[in-house]
Design a protein around this ligand. Structure first.
Ligand SMILES: C[S@@+](CC[C@H](N)C(=O)[O-])C[C@H]1O[C@@H](n2cnc3c(N)ncnc32)[C@H](O)[C@@H]1O
Length: 242
């Protein structure tokens, strides 16, 4: 199935609306479930992404699909002047704002409601853009990515972290087992939104990963594109420059 046809509740509503509702529903448990399901590995993945930005020392950073702001918080280590996080789920950002206050990062990192596909930041205005586990949920993937391209300064960097689909049969078999049974089970117990974690499985399977995703970045004119599989291919970092 085409990835944009995979939606959280299979309802008549637009994918964006369904996705925002779903993340509002699970916002209070999102961080907890993330840590249980990934045994904390996701933190190391974000650290690797941020390392890719270090050499160019970005002054302005945009964290798209910021959710509870973990990626934005990791980006603070680069000492930029500003970090803007945007998301379509106010519920997720509420949790994020609490974290920022506790970490005293709330003046550096600002979270605002915004959709990657339509946010109207000026052309050529941002040094670096990160997206963590967000692009899979975009309603129109190419529209979202081309909007990010428009916003980036020439030479600016895009780093995307996303679940992937492993190739080695043994890893693939364990992965299928994990995503088909354990993820929905943990999601059901902790989040009370049964659909959220079956949607996760379906959307990961339908997503154009690895070289297919690089082909899309190339089509949209991103340069120096490449990807790096993480943890035996269960996730990947995608990189491109304007
Ligand atoms: C799985 S969470 C990831 C949160 C965070 N980036 C992280 O690394 O944990 C995905 C987030 O993407 C947001 N999202 C989905 N589609 C979006 C869009 N088109 N524009 C902005 N945010 C979007 C959702 O609301 C949700 O908070």
């Amino acid at each position: 199935m085409l990835h944009d046809k995979v939606t959280p509740y299979n309802s008549e509503e637009e994918k964006n609306t369904q996705v925002a509702k779903m993340f509002d529903n699970i916002a209070n448990r999102y961080d907890l479930i993330n840590s249980i399901l990934s045994a904390g590995i996701h933190k190391g993945w974000r650290r690797q992404c941020v390392k890719l930005l270090k050499s160019k020392q970005p002054i302005s950073i945009l964290d798209v699909a910021t959710g509870t702001a973990d990626f934005a918080i990791e980006c603070a280590k680069l000492n930029p002047k500003s970090i803007l996080g945007i998301d379509i789920s106010d519920g997720m950002m509420e949790v994020g704002r609490e974290k920022l206050k506790k970490l005293k990062l709330d003046s550096l990192i600002v979270l605002k409601n915004g959709n990657a596909e339509s946010i109207n930041l000026p052309n050529d205005s941002i040094d670096a853009i990160v997206v963590g586990f967000g692009v899979r949920n975009f309603q129109d993937l190419e529209k979202g990515l081309s909007n990010l391209y428009r916003i980036l300064k020439p030479g600016g960097q895009l780093v995307i972290l996303e679940f992937s689909y492993p190739r080695l049969w043994l890893v693939k078999a364990s992965y299928n087992l994990y995503f088909s049974y354990i993820t929905p089970f943990v999601g059901k117990i902790f989040s009370k939104d049964v659909r959220a974690y079956t949607y996760l499985t379906e959307s990961v399977k339908a997503f154009p990963n690895n070289q297919k995703f690089i082909d899309i970045l190339n089509k949209l004119k991103f340069k120096h594109t490449h990807f790096k599989p993480l943890s035996l291919g269960i996730a990947a970092i995608y990189y491109g420059e304007k």
